[in-house]
Design a protein around this ligand. Structure first.
Ligand SMILES: [Zn+2]
Length: 340
């Protein structure tokens, strides 16, 4: 890895809190709580068990979430995981981070949804002060559940929350089933970003045109909705044109996409072509623990695959912060410090 990649200011919009724990924290929390279900309490063995397996169609270990969520059922653990996420990101040169999580899956013990959100918000506030990073939290509802209205209402009640997202399986679980939740968010000025990964061809349209999301979680498949004629981009449908014309940020997660089988490797990822075509691309980790990836490594993969320079990354960082949901005054202070 070239030296500048670690130190260049980086920004991440798409990072799941429950997908980014440190392995040692997972083990320590399990021990403290008497949580007996971990497949191993040995650091290296557990890391290996969680890590994506090469040559498998779905390399990401979905079972790992049972354990990370399993140990995040009390305020102290949720606060610790949030603080550590900001510490790790800051140490990796990240200056702006949005963390997301689904509050309703942390209610298995005694916590109320408000207590859960406050634990993360307090972690964000303290982490911002301690680790010199600007951060915000997005609340996720799950597409396969029927409680998205409740999650939007939590976004409205907690003014420190910066946005709303729909995550979870996409095939058979359209965002259109959550139209009332998205409308409610819109009416109450809650920022919306919705997952639209690679499996549903009409996903981008449903997210930006039907649901009016301000950003797209992933969105790499938009490459199928555009063509290149004499190096000029043309749009095959209204949704792709809308995304381009409105500078809608694509929260691209190259490593996660490769591990899920959407692309053979990062070099084949649509990132390069979309960047060249002038789409508002951002670089994201998705799940640092499950994908065994850091932000620097993610940026490095993109730099090496598409021959990008430090200037390119700084420009992407600036665009990423501008697309961020955190209050403008905090973003502007940060943007003033970034010189290209
Ligand atoms: Zn995601």
């Amino acid at each position: 890895m070239q030296d500048w990649i670690k130190t260049v200011p980086k920004a991440v919009l798409h990072d799941h809190l429950d997908g980014g724990l440190r392995v040692e924290t997972l083990i320590e929390l399990a021990n403290q709580q008497g949580y007996k279900s971990l497949p191993s309490n040995n650091h290296d063995e557990l890391k290996k068990w969680i890590q994506p397996k090469p040559n498998k169609s779905l390399a990401i270990n979905l079972e790992a979430w049972d354990h990370t969520i399993g140990v995040m059922q009390d305020s102290d653990s949720i606060y610790r995981v949030t603080m550590e996420a900001l510490e790790d990101l800051s140490n990796d040169g990240v200056v702006y981070a949005e963390l997301r999580f689904a509050p309703l899956v942390h209610t298995f013990k005694e916590l109320s949804t408000s207590e859960i959100i406050k634990s993360v918000v307090n972690g964000i506030k303290d982490g911002m002060e301690k680790f010199d990073i600007i951060a915000g939290v997005i609340l996720c509802a799950m597409r396969q559940e029927k409680n998205s209205l409740e999650v939007v209402n939590l976004c409205i009640e907690h003014s420190d929350v910066v946005g709303f997202d729909l995550a979870g399986p996409e095939v058979g679980f359209s965002v259109l089933n959550h139209d009332r939740a998205c409308d409610l968010a819109l009416e109450n000025n809650v920022n919306v970003t919705l997952h639209a990964d690679w499996e549903v061809p009409e996903g981008i349209k449903e997210v930006v045109l039907d649901s009016k999301a301000k950003r797209i979680g992933h969105g790499s498949q938009i490459i199928n909705d555009i063509s290149f004629e004499n190096e000029k981009v043309t749009f095959n449908n209204e949704a792709a044109k809308y995304v381009f014309d409105n500078n809608i940020a694509l929260e691209l997660c190259p490593t996660s996409n490769v591990q899920c089988g959407a692309f053979a490797n990062v070099s084949e990822h649509s990132f390069g072509k979309l960047y060249e075509a002038g789409f508002n691309v951002t670089i994201n980790t998705d799940n640092r623990l499950m994908s065994d990836i850091s932000m620097s490594e993610e940026v490095n993969n993109v730099v090496e695959s598409f021959d990008l320079t430090e200037k390119d990354i700084l420009k992407i960082t600036k665009n990423t912060i501008e697309a961020g949901f955190v209050k403008p005054d905090l973003k502007n202070k940060l943007l003033e410090k970034l010189t290209i």
